[in-house]
Design a protein around this ligand. Structure first.
Ligand code: CTP
Length: 410
């Protein structure tokens, strides 16, 4: 509830501004008083008259509103309220926030305020995906701003599908009331109460006490997913192979070395609502590990290593009647036939989604910070642009939260 809470609602310019009218009603239904600030762009889409009729309050529009400025209006607006809610938030407004630009009333209030800020972005999916917006969102997160949405869907103006549609008024009002209910981040923690098991990194398969077989996985992607899931409120069990990056905060980490140990750790960590198998598990191990260092025997011939296949962790869980989580996500690291191979892994391993990426050396994905993925599921293929691994993680977590929510409503 928002009883007796005073909300400053900043409406910036975008077609989603029409949804702000409904949002005002939702906020007031919950007991809030709503004081709207409309940017110049917002006034192209909805009128101050309509907004004022719904808020039953004066609507603020200009920085130099003589009447309001008599008591230093923008400073007072920034101070006397419990929450600043920006809905819709355009890419432009977020960029200004990042740089501390204060060239109109909305941005001046934002700069002068130390109150919680909840941002409901709305924009074309290409603008949302643009690296400049990605950087800005990341900075705003780091500055402690809260986000709700954007959601996946069709854009009102272009019919284009993708992430960028403003969250629904009900969702925003709910997030605002959770944010102010003392449960500081509940509204923006869509995985609260969920358990998620994640594998990450390579496995090392010993040959003898000093040598092992390994691969180039850094663990960056799996660890980023664990961090994003924890940030979204999940209880996270991360089962990590040997990596040189630190454990993510707020996550239970189990360190393992081999594929067999990883499988054991995964089965012990289950049940969970979701499992994400991001580890690059070695497909084979040496049949019998030498108990002593293997020495050259002087013949000039290398030792013949007999290899056996490792258990497939994803497939084992996928086919397991009781341990299989409601949502099982695998990865497919490929150097050719990306989609075909991903589809066949989806089927063979009984996963719900495969996050497919091209790991040819020229992509620099293996060990690097960026990733270009496609989410392959029975519903089709979702191609994401090149993103850094933490943004891939955040998006995957949003998609997971949406899927769990849809599942619980069915
Ligand atoms: N995987 C697993 N256990 C294995 C091998 C793979 O759990 N022994 C999981 C990975 O964590 C990933 C998915 O299966 O989620 C696909 O991994 P990948 O290495 O791309 O596929 P493989 O099954 O090893 O097939 P191939 O090497 O033939 O491409």
């Amino acid at each position: 509830m928002l009883t007796n809470k005073r909300v400053v609602l900043i409406i910036s310019g975008g077609i989603a501004a029409y949804k702000s009218l409904d949002l005002i009603r939702r906020l007031r239904e919950r007991g809030a008083s709503v004081h709207a600030i409309m940017t110049r762009g917002a006034r192209e889409f909805v009128t101050p008259l309509a907004v004022g009729a719904l808020t039953a309050q004066k609507v603020y529009t200009d920085l130099f509103d003589r009447e309001a400025e008599q008591d230093v209006g923008h400073i007072r607006l920034a101070r006397d309220y419990d929450l600043i809610l920006i809905a819709p938030a355009t890419a432009d407004l977020m960029a200004k926030m990042v740089h501390g630009i204060a060239d109109d009333l909305a941005t001046a209030v934002l700069l002068a305020s130390d109150k919680p800020v909840l941002i409901a972005p709305a924009m074309n999916p290409k603008m949302w995906d643009n690296p400049a917006t990605r950087r800005n969102v990341e900075t705003l997160h780091a500055d402690g701003k809260h986000f709700i949405g954007p959601n996946r869907g069709e854009m009102a103006e272009s019919g284009e599908a993708g992430v960028g549609r403003m969250a629904e008024p009900l969702e925003i009002a709910e997030a605002a009331s959770k944010l102010l209910s003392g449960d500081a981040d509940a509204g923006t923690r869509p995985l609260s109460g969920r358990h998620i098991v994640i594998t990450s990194g390579p496995t090392h398969e010993p040959i003898d006490p000093v040598r092992y077989i390994a691969n180039r996985s850094s663990g960056k992607q799996g660890h980023a997913i664990a961090a994003a899931a924890a940030e979204a409120g999940a209880r996270v069990t991360l089962i990590s192979g040997p990596v040189s990056i630190p454990d993510p905060q707020g996550v239970d980490v189990i360190h393992v070395e081999t594929a067999v140990q990883m499988l054991d750790a995964v089965t012990s960590a289950l049940p969970a609502d979701v499992a994400v198998m991001a580890a690059a598990v070695a497909d084979w191990r040496v049949a019998s590990e030498g108990s002593q260092k293997i020495k050259k025997d002087g013949s000039g011939k290398p030792p013949a290593l007999e290899m056996v296949e490792n258990p497939d962790i994803l497939a084992t869980i996928g086919h397991h009647e009781s341990l299989r989580p409601a949502l099982l996500v695998g990865f497919a690291a490929e150097t050719q036939n990306l989609i075909d191979n991903a589809r066949s892994k989806l089927e063979r391993k009984k996963a719900d989604w495969i996050v497919a990426n091209d790991v040819s050396p020229e992509t620099g994905i293996m060990g690097g910070d960026a990733n270009t993925v496609r989410i392959v599921s029975s519903d089709g293929i979702d191609a994401w642009p090149a993103l850094n691994k933490s943004e891939v993680a955040r998006r995957l977590v949003v998609r997971i939260a949406e899927a769990l929510q849809a599942d619980s409503q069915n």
